[in-house]
Write a protein that binds this ligand. Structure first.
Ligand SMILES: Nc1nc2c(ncn2[C@@H]2O[C@H](COP(=O)(O)OP(=O)(O)OP(=O)(O)O)[C@@H](O)[C@H]2O)c(=O)[nH]1
Ligand SMILES: [Mg+2]
Length: 293
């Protein structure tokens, strides 16, 4: 289903009565246990002996670094304009007796883009093999953001959608049926207002469940291609797998080669592609120095 039609019956204008109700629900919930961040230990830059790697992906200016700071206690640069995070930043947290390394990525509109900032994000999402990819989207611009969501769901089975800036969405009279969205996308969807820590405990719960496998995602995939093209993709994918056994997402590479993506063709020829395995991606990509809170 195209993103526009998914969107159509997920969003609606809120009536004044509904706006009042959602405000009341929010304020009544402030004291309930699910709003309690007590089970989270923010580990700052201590990422030793982590059990899982979490990637924070999303369009620019959707609140990725704000979520990162809420989980790690670090002070990654935030501000209300796109393109603040230009290299990856890493931090740690512990939740449910598991240690997580979380990677804050530059914003990206697409996994097909070729700009340098976006490449950092793209390479990590595609080749860093995160255990969970949290896609942070702007609830006030859901349609535009769903493009990247669908691309990420093409390449991973383990993702959580963080529906951020819900406070702004509510202020603008936008309601989103997050349950329906979760059902259609096949991944957990968590409404958050990260600047106020709203929804962060639920986000943690789902990161934990997806990482440990207790929540099994059934990601929405775009319609299958023609049998002839499918055969070509699968033949090429097998060749890539034989040549680069460590490389995840060989199918994605095959698709790009068939499209004639010059950058991928070049990195295949000059051997750069070989370096894009999990460990190499983590070690070799530029990393930002961070300040602890
Ligand atoms: N109202 C509101 N503002 C938020 C929320 N989350 C983040 N912000 C603000 O949105 C702006 C962007 O947040 P960042 O965390 O820097 O966004 P980002 O996705 O890391 O941005 P890039 O690194 O540039 O891609 C900042 O001014 C945040 O304070 C939220 O839930 N509600
Ligand atoms: Mg950022």
């Amino acid at each position: 289903m195209p993103t526009r039609s998914i969107l159509f019956f997920l969003t609606a204008e809120l009536s004044d009565k509904e706006k009042k109700m959602s405000n009341t629900i929010n304020s009544n919930c402030e004291d309930c246990p699910v709003h309690n961040l007590g089970n989270l230990t923010k580990l700052g830059i201590n990422m030793s002996q982590f059990d899982f790697v979490v990637a924070l992906a999303g369009n620019p200016n959707t609140g990725k670094s704000t979520v990162f700071n809420a989980l790690t206690g670090l002070r990654q640069h935030t501000g209300n304009w796109p393109g603040k995070t230009v290299t990856r930043a890493e931090g740690g947290f512990e939740f449910g007796n598991k240690r997580f390394k979380i990677v804050d990525l530059p914003g990206t509109y697409s996994l097909l883009s070729n700009s340098t900032d976006e490449e950092v994000a793209r390479d990590f999402i595609l080749f860093g093999q995160p255990d969970v990819t949290v896609i942070v989207v702007d609830a006030t611009r859901l349609e535009r953001n769903l493009n990247l969501v669908l691309q990420v769901l093409e390449i991973t089975d383990r993702a959580v959608l963080c529906l951020n800036l819900m406070d702004e969405a509510k202020r603008n009279g936008i309601a989103i049926d997050d349950r329906q969205l979760a059902k259609q996308l096949g991944i957990p969807v968590v409404p958050t207002s990260a600047r106020q820590d709203d929804g962060i405990p639920e986000l943690l719960k789902y990161i934990y469940e997806v990482a440990t496998g207790s929540y099994v995602c059934r990601p929405y995939r775009l319609e299958k291609t023609s049998p002839l093209l499918e055969k070509a993709i699968s033949q090429l994918t097998n060749k890539i797998k034989n040549e680069f056994p460590e490389l995840p997402n060989a199918r994605w590479i095959a698709l790009r080669l068939l499209e004639g993506d010059q950058k991928i063709i070049d990195s295949l020829k000059n051997g750069e592609l070989k370096n894009l395995s999990r460990n190499n991606t983590i070690v070799s990509m530029p990393k930002q120095e961070l300040v602890t809170a």
